[in-house]
Design a protein around this ligand. Structure first.
Ligand SMILES: [Zn+2]
Length: 254
């Protein structure tokens, strides 16, 4: 158990470790935690800021070839580190790289060539061809990265989730699953992206289906435009991410 914040280390992970920023001499209300390890034993790190309430959960790097999401998550962590007072009375947890093996190679899928956004144990999970770009894995939640995120969500019971991706073809949007339309609209006030209920294709085994549709946790897939620079994406989404950290389910500030 981290002494600064009530986040328990998974006891079954021998490599799990918690390091409070205070222990490292950094003046910040942040807690750094390893929530799991990848297929190739890279750490999945979570940073929690704040001292109260249900957490907002922000994920980056589910797809390893979408580094802008990782960049935004790290910029947001830096922003919160620089504003120790911001998280008082609220809580936000950020996992900047869900798929560290894929990210290390700038490949979409993990080291087992599984698309982690098709590997969640949804009721519509379906097997697919291993060569497919959307390979769903040998079993639902068969990948350690998927299990780490699911365990984190079960433990945190977040009030909402935003997973940062990027998309080509000059598209960009706040795509929502579950009761997340209001949150998507609040983000849109910050980033100007259209609010979209469906990407126009089926996503069995996605986080949005598992958390948003099947568990009623408001879930946003933030799709950054691949044709914008990462600096532009950060500029355009800084306020939207602050909104994610501060807005409650009724749309009010906390
Ligand atoms: Zn993606």
């Amino acid at each position: 158990m981290c002494m600064k914040c009530p986040v328990a280390v998974l006891p079954t992970l021998p490599t799990a470790a918690v390091a409070c920023a205070q222990a490292a001499g950094v003046k910040s209300p942040a807690c750094r935690e390893v929530i799991g390890v990848s297929v190739e034993a890279r750490a999945l790190e979570a940073f929690t800021f704040g001292d109260m309430g249900e957490a907002a959960l922000i994920l980056g790097g589910v797809h390893g070839d979408e580094p802008k999401g990782v960049y935004l998550a790290h910029r947001f962590i830096d922003l919160l580190f620089g504003q120790p007072g911001f998280a008082r009375g609220r809580r936000v947890t950020i996992v900047p790289v869900v798929n560290p093996d894929g990210y290390a190679r700038r490949r979409r899928r993990n080291a087992n060539k599984v698309d982690l956004n098709r590997n969640c144990p949804t009721s519509n999970w379906a097997s697919s061809k291993p060569r497919s770009r959307y390979y769903s894995g040998s079993a639902p939640a068969g990948e350690p990265e998927t299990r780490a995120v699911i365990e984190l969500i079960r433990r945190l019971q977040p009030r909402h989730i935003v997973s940062i991706h990027s998309i080509g073809e000059h598209r960009f949007c706040n795509n929502y699953d579950g009761p997340a339309r209001e949150l998507a609209e609040a983000m849109s006030a910050g980033n100007g992206y259209p609010v979209i209920a469906s990407m126009g294709y089926c996503t069995p085994g996605s986080l949005g289906t598992w958390a948003g549709v099947e568990r009623g946790i408001p879930t946003i897939t933030l799709e950054l435009p691949a044709h914008h620079s990462r600096e532009r994406c950060w500029r355009d989404n800084r306020q939207a991410l602050l909104t994610v950290a501060t807005v409650n389910e009724q749309g009010g500030e906390i």
